[in-house]
Design a protein. Structure first.
Length: 215
């Protein structure tokens, strides 16, 4: 892959990515999250509803010698299993039991990878995830539903080795207007969710091959 340019949207003008930081409950666990899309980074910089402007930081990463796990090369079920390791789609005993079985069957080990690449689970995703684990969504339409969400691709920097190969172009720092991009962030969630509801309620959703029947 060589050198790649990635962006990080943040409410903070100054940031210092450090190995070991981050929230275990984020999509791929602890790490530093970036995207190839400048537009998405701008939206993610002002996702908080506090009317604060944000910043986009530009990074260059030399991927030579790094192991990269790309969830786009796996089935959507493998991606869902990874998210279930870190984020809860439901708060019930049934989900806790079934999610362990789902992860065991469809999950992959990420321990040997320096960077994880895959979709970002936004609010639209959780609408689908909750419907899926309640057995309301057939697997035949699951991938199409997630595509409607326009989730966007993100990179998660996981290892100390990868952090050392990351460089910020501080001269490329960009301010982000809350009034301009927070609306776009919200619209990216609201509009797809309406389309998702329509597909779930359609005859194409046979509700026969569902979450619990996959185990």
């Amino acid at each position: 892959m060589g050198k790649i340019i990635l962006y990080h949207g943040s409410p903070n003008e100054k940031i210092t990515p450090k190995f070991g930081l981050g929230d275990e409950k984020h999509d791929y666990g602890k790490g530093f999250y970036l995207t190839e899309s400048l537009e998405l980074a701008r939206e993610w910089a002002v996702y908080r509803p506090d009317a604060s402007n944000g910043w986009v930081h530009k990074f260059e990463i030399d991927t030579a010698g790094l192991n990269i796990l790309d969830f786009q090369e796996y089935s959507v079920l493998t991606w869902l299993a990874e998210l279930m390791k870190h984020r809860d789609a439901a708060d019930s005993k049934r989900y806790r039991l079934l999610s362990k079985q789902f992860i065991s069957k469809f999950g992959v080990s990420t321990e040997d990878y320096d960077i994880i690449k895959g979709w970002r689970a936004n609010a639209s995703y959780f609408y689908i995830a909750k419907s899926f684990v309640r057995d309301e969504v057939d697997i035949d339409i699951l991938e199409e539903l997630l595509a409607l969400g326009g989730l966007g691709i993100q990179y998660c920097i996981k290892t100390e080795k990868a952090y050392k190969k990351m460089f910020e172009h501080v001269d490329a720092l960009q301010p982000v207007s809350f009034s301009q991009f927070n609306e776009k962030y919200n619209r990216r969630d609201i509009e797809p969710r309406e389309n998702m509801r329509k597909l779930i309620d359609s005859d194409r959703n046979s509700v026969t091959n569902v979450f619990s029947t996959l185990l």
